[in-house]
Design a protein around this ligand. Structure first.
Ligand SMILES: NC(=O)c1ccc[n+]([C@@H]2O[C@H](COP(=O)([O-])OP(=O)(O)OC[C@H]3O[C@@H](n4cnc5c(N)ncnc54)[C@H](OP(=O)(O)O)[C@@H]3O)[C@@H](O)[C@H]2O)c1
Length: 245
């Protein structure tokens, strides 16, 4: 039986590109997102010899997440890797009547990812091990003035994942935090500036390499973001708030 990977947010962007990449590497796939019709098209395009199970999920419907992941895991047999990838980016500023957007970002990117990790860990513990992957962001290293709630959601996700590593390692579950820079996907096509942009295909290839190596945490691509994220921490706050995009 091929090893399986479950991916949330697989209908577009990084999740979709990772579906192709892991399929090429011989994995069976469990793919979920809100737009089921796009997952059906993706399953047809994959034309994989290995099983591809799909399901509709809204990770913000927190109580329903375990049922969807359990169903996918049952269809696939044993699951090796669970990737909490689903996410949204919204531009919103305090006092502008857009708090509902901030709430949505936290519900999907943080609580939805934590619900995915929780349900995924339960599946992997029953199986005796595996790997949990969270798609965080370089935006979580400092507060970005254009998307403060997004930065907060990713900082919290990375911190949460760092915190769960010790416990999950005792259950033979590896924890990997991926921090992409700019990857060419619908989440950022509206932005004027996308420094060091790489394609979703290249991003997925680099991420799959890191996931298979079970790295603890990395930027994608490593360079120049490993340097930039370190430098970000060195910039005094009074300068950072003026230059952050
Ligand atoms: N692209 C970048 O430069 C970049 C950089 C750093 C981090 N990231 C992170 O990478 C992840 C993937 O983003 P992307 O760049 O691939 O963007 P994307 O193309 O917009 O894809 C986002 C995916 O998340 C799914 N999704 C959104 N809300 C959901 C919900 N409530 N429940 C279930 N699925 C949901 C979307 O599918 P449906 O709409 O069909 O549900 C879609 O498949 C996100 O966590 C993002 O924050 C991206």
């Amino acid at each position: 039986m091929p090893e399986s990977v479950l991916i949330t947010g697989a209908s577009t962007g990084i999740g979709r590109a990772m579906a192709f990449e892991f399929s090429r590497r011989g994995y069976a796939l469990g793919l979920c997102a809100r737009r089921l019709e796009m997952l059906e098209t993706l399953r047809d395009e994959l034309s994989s010899e290995n099983p591809v199970a799909i399901a509709r999920i809204d990770v913000a419907e927190l109580e329903r997440v375990p049922d969807v992941l359990d169903k996918l895991a049952d269809e696939l047999g044993e699951v090796k890797i669970v990737i909490a990838n689903a996410g949204v980016g919204e531009r919103s500023y305090p006092g502008e009547g857009t708090f509902h957007l901030d709430r949505k970002v936290i519900e999907i990117n943080l609580l939805g990812a934590m619900a995915t990790i929780d349900a995924g860990a339960e599946i992997l513990k029953k199986q005796g091990g595996g790997q949990i992957v969270g798609i965080s962001s370089v935006a979580g290293f400092r507060g970005l003035s254009s998307t403060p709630a997004y930065s907060a959601s990713k900082a919290a996700l990375s911190t949460y994942m760092e915190g769960i590593r010790n416990h999950l390692t005792q259950h033979k579950i590896a924890v990997t935090v991926i921090n992409p820079g700019f990857i060419d996907t619908p989440i950022n096509t509206h932005r004027k500036s996308r420094p060091f942009l790489i394609s979703a295909e290249k991003g997925a290839r680099l991420m799959a390499d890191m996931i298979e190596k079970q790295v603890w945490s990395s930027t994608v691509p490593i360079w120049p973001w490993a340097i930039i994220t370190r430098a970000m921490h060195l910039i005094p706050e009074r300068f950072w708030c003026k230059i952050s995009i």
